[in-house]
Design a protein around this ligand. Structure first.
Ligand code: CP
Length: 318
């Protein structure tokens, strides 16, 4: 038995998606929220199917929510990590994926520090590949869950003002969110120190009137409908690039949070560096914080992606 895709679809990036394609996924994710919250019973869309989670970088939210999403769709999942797999012996991305495909799995979910790694794999395998974060390129299911959370809190995204704060240039989370917000018609202010936020590093700034850059968070914080804080990526060397006063200039302190509009919401992809990007008292007690809501939406959004991609597979007798 060989499994092939009738029309293979992958989910590699938000860049290039149309508003109707994105809206379809957001609507599907929203419909899955009651299942993610266990208020509705699971679906059986993936019954009898196995999904391979290949996580060559560490993860808590993405890895576990893909596993949960597969379970909530009635399928089975295994996770392969760098430690304990033959990648530690030098086996590369493509060979790893080809071997996993040969086991008869129905889809590959992949996280890697190689930008474009999932796209390379997608060109070599016949099953759907889902990008779970690749280097500094994109983290498209994070982008989806961010948009689901913003839509739930703000309604339509068209015309809403969102600021993304932090290391925009090197953040795959920011790249996916930014692409998605622009497609949905939101206005986006990119905020951070000049090393992280400048128009030479962020192409879309040159092509979209919806995107602007500022280094002054205090100048706009009382005007935004949502603030998305990015993690300072110490493991990618970002900590050494920022000065000690990151919190002073860009952290969501209680004083800054007090200047947010009453309806404004606060997002963060996690893991949170408390006391740097956001203070404890804001993270734990501010009414606008949606950080754990994002995590719930991660399960619903990943279910939506799996539902869209995996049933396109058909089995042949070859
Ligand atoms: N937001 C996110 O990607 O978190 P993890 O690295 O824990 O998956």
């Amino acid at each position: 038995m060989v499994i092939v895709a009738a029309v293979k679809q992958d989910f590699l990036q938000i860049e290039g998606m149309t508003r109707s394609e994105l809206t379809r996924l957001l609507d599907a994710a929203e419909a899955n929220v009651p299942i993610a919250e266990q208020r509705q019973s699971r679906k059986e869309v993936l019954s009898g199917k196995v999904v391979a989670n290949i996580f060559l970088e560490d993860s808590t939210r993405t890895r576990c929510s893909f596993e949960t999403a597969v379970h909530r769709l009635g399928g089975q999942v295994f996770t392969l990590t760098a430690a304990g797999s033959s990648t530690s012996k030098g086996e590369g991305l493509i060979d790893t994926a080809l071997n996993v495909e040969a086991m008869g799995v129905s889809a590959i979910v992949m996280r890697t520090n190689i930008s474009g790694g999932p796209a390379m794999v997608a060109r070599r395998v016949r099953i759907p590949v889902i990008n779970a974060g690749d280097g500094r390129h994109e983290h498209p299911t994070q982008g989806l869950l961010d948009l689901v959370t913003l839509r739930e809190s703000l309604g339509q995204l068209q015309g809403k003002r969102v600021c993304i704060v932090g290391d925009i240039a090197h953040s795959r989370v920011a790249h996916s969110a930014l692409q998605g917000l622009v497609v949905m018609g939101a206005r986006v202010s990119l905020v951070g120190p000049p090393t992280f936020v400048n128009k030479n590093q962020i192409n879309i700034v040159k092509h979209s009137d919806l995107v602007s850059i500022t280094h002054d968070l205090d100048g706009i914080i009382n005007e935004v409908d949502a603030i998305m804080l990015l993690r300072v990526q110490n493991e990618r060397g970002a900590g050494s690039l920022i000065s000690d006063d990151y919190r002073t200039l860009y952290g969501l302190t209680p004083e800054r949070a007090a200047r947010l509009l009453p309806h404004a919401v606060v997002l963060h992809p996690g893991p949170v560096n408390r006391g740097i990007e956001i203070d404890d008292s804001v993270a734990d007690r501010h009414g606008g914080v949606r950080i754990l809501r994002q995590v719930t939406h991660g399960v619903a959004a990943r279910m939506a992606v799996l539902e869209q991609l995996v049933p396109s597979l058909v089995e042949t007798g070859q």
